[in-house]
Write a protein that binds this ligand. Sequence first.
Ligand SMILES: [Zn+2]
Ligand SMILES: [Zn+2]
Length: 651
Amino acid sequence: MAQISLTFPDGNSRDYPAGVTAAEVAQSISPSLAKKAISADVNGNHWDLSWPIQHDSKIAIHSTKDEAPSIELIRHAFAHVMARAVQEIWPDVKVTIGPVTEHGWFYDFDREEPFTPEDLGAIEKKMKEIIAKSEPIRNEVWDRAQARAYYQERGETFKIELLDRIPEDAPIRMYWHGDWQDLCRGPHLQHMGQLPADAFKLMGVSGAYWFGDVSRPQLQRISGVGFRNRAELKAHLTMLEEAAKRDHRKLGREMDLYHLQEEAPGMVFWHPNGWTVYRALEDYMRRRQNAAGYREIRTPQVVDRVLWEKSGHWEAYRENMFIVEVDEEGAKEKRTNALKPMNCPCHVQVYNQGLKSYRDLPLRLAEFGSCHRYESSGSMHGLMRVRGFVQDDAHIFCTEDQLEEECADFITLLASVYEDLGFEKFDIKLSTRPETRVGSDEIWDKAEAALEGAIRKAGADYTVDPGEGAFYGPKLDFKLTDAIGREWQCGTFQADFNLPDRLDAEFVNEKGDKARPVMLHRAILGSFERFLGILIENHAGRLPLWLAPRQVVVASIVSDADDYVNEVVATLRRAGIRAEADTRNEKINYKVREHSVGKVPVILAIGGREVEERTVSLRRLGENRSEVLGLDAVVETLKDEATPPDLRRDA
Ligand SMILES: [Zn+2]
Ligand SMILES: [Zn+2]
């Protein structure tokens, strides 16, 4: 029998007969490894332990300790077990597809009757019974006709459609656990006993269409979350509870920040409180960018399609653009414009005014650019996904040699902004050249090296996503982690070798020749709308004083205190603090409760004694005790706390 050589992660190789399975390889290393093995990595492919290996390969055996493969296999197996449980309880239900999701899986079912919450309980119970049987998982490769006949006999019409979607040259894998069968690409765990029966939960039922096709009858999607152990599940459920408490839509109402309405879907009506936070953030970003050498500009909202055709957006992005047609005087046809979905082409127009020399570079043009993009109504979500938004956008025009330094400076600025806004951790992902791209290999080599060099210089952690760059250049994505461990992709830094070419941007280099600048697209927050949503949820509405819309409420305890209350408010306002009076004829506890719901960070209560002694009784949000302090001292303290972090550093 032919021998093949398998190379292990430690660099050692061993010979095996061709066709050896990964399970047999694990067994040859040690029986204990064979027992706890779940799958393998063969030449970078996630490999079922039962699949044969035919050629010389690199191999690594995965056990339950390997987080990424085990979590994937576990969620995948939960999906199968759930589908089996449903068919064991309701044999008439047809199964469709059941992919793994960010925290679990879903499976879409074809069933007349809607699934009820009681049904979910019954399914969970059945799933536990199935897992307890610890049945082995086995698979066979079938030919297409045999598989088709099998599903036809069982009336599994969706599986036949799936079969037709499998490419001609791909194997048709039939998987079984016990008697239950599913069509699946694999790989799978060795047996159901490797599935943690106490680490999953079914989360709910929703409507779904077969591959998103609304012309087909609606299916029912049951989704679940699954983890490697009970502790991880509990942590996730706690996080969800926490997230619900922090939901920016709920806090947005309680703090009276904004609203949305049907007449302008996905476009925010900012209320005075919300707009105050928005402007505090915008002012802060403006100061930071000015200090970092950016020059702010403003470009039009409504731009003729001609420019979008030149930039390539009309062809590639038309479906997401809002079109505005105008009757120009004397014109036979309406003029077609689009609301800008991004600012880049307009920034090149500003750059193109007047001949640029290498001495003008780098030129950093910033705009709080108001953009509109059509998003389907189903995808919109509070402030997190909207149709009208403002980017903290900027484009840097520079030479290839300046790329690394510009990138390093950007990372420094971004890190400092995130820290000021209360985020301690962020990750960077570097996406490199895709197969289809513009620009020479030489410029890609240089740009990728520049971006990677800049990250190293900043001492930041990063991962590389090969082939995932845009066709026009490599990019960095910045993902921050919020207070409850959720990740949000906000910042971006993208090199672009394409747009300067399409829109004819140039500069005169040191030799006196015309050359193309590199264009860098970059944002730190992404959009103000979404970032404010993230910020509100991160802080659970308790924004740091400098960002809080209502910073201080001065509340009277007795009506005799009204004059002094107004005097305190006036003093605070003179010091630049957003203060307001509450002299309503209500009990102080009632006032405190109400302003706590509104997340006012500081309440100064004033009764007879405070009036007499010219003091205030200071109470902070979330604390039960209050502290009596002299008015001057309180003004000084609050003034300092209300100073934005960048100005405090400068002071
Ligand atoms: Zn499967
Ligand atoms: Zn751009």
